[in-house]
Design a binder for this molecule. Sequence first.
Ligand code: PEP
Ligand code: MG
Length: 579
Amino acid sequence: MKKLSGIPASSGIAIGKAFLYLEDDFPEIPRYAIEETQIGAEWGRLLEAVAGAAEEIRALHERASRDMTKEQADIFEAHLLMLEDPEFQNQIKQELESTLLNIEWVVWDISRRQVQKLAASADAYLRERAADISDVSRRVMNKLLSITRFSLADLSEDVILVAHDLLPSDVLAMNKDRVKGIAMDVGSRTSHTAILARAFAIPAVLGLSSVSSEINDGEILVVNGDSGRVTLGPDKKSLQQYGKAIVQYRKTYDKLLAMRKLPAETLDGHQVSLKANIEIPEEAEQVMRYGAEGIGLYRSEFLFLTPGQSAEEEEQYQAYSRVIRAMKGLPVTIRTVDVGGDKVLPNLQNANEKNPLLGWRAVRFCLAMPELFKTQLRAILRASVAGPVKIMFPMISGVEELEQSLVLLEEAKAECRSRGQAYSDAIEVGTMIEIPSAAMTADILAARSRFFSIGTNDLVQYTLAADRGNEKVGYLAQPFHPAVLRLLKQIIGAAHKEGIKAAMCGELAGDPSATALLLGMGLDEFSMTASSIPVVKQIIRGAALESCRSLTEAALGCISFKQISDLAASWMAEYFPSG
Ligand code: PEP
Ligand code: MG
């Protein structure tokens, strides 16, 4: 029995036989010289292969448009655009003419170079795009080499799909009734595979480094999409335990979903609000079935990062309006663009910084690009007539940045007025607290904000000086560190003193082991991945505020994160003995 640890990408537990789906083992790619007179024929072969591949993608797109969400269908549209991109085809033609090598080799060589370049990028988003290029070029190569790839649509028995990497089209095309879980060497929560696994409710753990080389085809494994653990060759005892856990998980989850209309209220009548975090507009249509009382964080920068999508004012306005309408009168908090750091905009010059996480990010970037910032603000303002909207600014480090952002918001309002564009007067404007300097000056910021939203992902990163994307220092990035707890107490206290609400939209808000502590601190709003809402609500509904306050008080007296997590775990064991 061996345990591997990866990124929990889609919730749930699955036990099953591994179906090892390795990259296409292309036969050795033929490489031979051609005569100049053969260029035309080779080019003709390419066009034929591209037409065949396009036909396949169109069929997949048609199926996806019929059976899946727009987001899923869009993946194929993006693939089609890539395939038929004249620049891509020109590059192949030029290489064919200059190298005088056969077309298979030319296509393979160009795509390999592009994939390597993207895969080595520091930007997770660009790394994910490497998967799309592989997907498209493989399809063309299959045509050129007359390879028929095993289709995951043909899976006829229940399996756990194990791969080094899965192409988005594999996930879309696979027989979803047969794939009970997914384990992959690479990938992150923002990869297409993760998005799709969540959309299809298939438990998934990604970023496992070596799972595809450590397991044999047909071997049993367990995928735990909540803890990020994968157990290879589990012994009889753990199989039984996991089997029970699955039955329990399903029962509990169904029961929890049935609570979606009940308030998030403690046994002694203290009510808080549970909201959802979303990255793309399509997600808004799903969150209400988990009982979300609104969107607490819409990471609007994803609009700017989607390939083939422009983020002009009109597109932004449409996207924001779509989210607001989907929420049917429930509030939507739009976080203004947070690019930079690990989210580099390919066409703007915020790449190549030595310390991107300490660099030109989020509101710093927006303040330096006032037209881009005001375009977004106008789009949000205009969308606000469709329903209640809040705006929040990310990475505020002090009062100057907040005040400058508020000035630009007023300018954006004036521009809307002069254009005769309506907007709501009731928009609340808040501040994200995710930098220690903002936490330390929370009293000053609270006086100028209508609400706070605590971004614990960054707050932990900057407080502990531990890069949130670097697994080597992951052990340091502990939200239960006494320093973080003290900051949280200070932030929430400052908000309440000013009479404003304290929300949290970092991952900690959806972590059930932190729920009681956060309740005890007085957090008013928890915003998280929608599927975590039912579990957090269950804890809130089963807890008394008084006992949470005692827990928080005791935690604030602890000297290490270990002590605090042990304390939180024993509180859970006492009040929720069945887990
Ligand atoms: C955070 O930092 O906690 C947060 C919610 O923002 P993001 O994860 O997008 O940086
Ligand atoms: Mg953040």
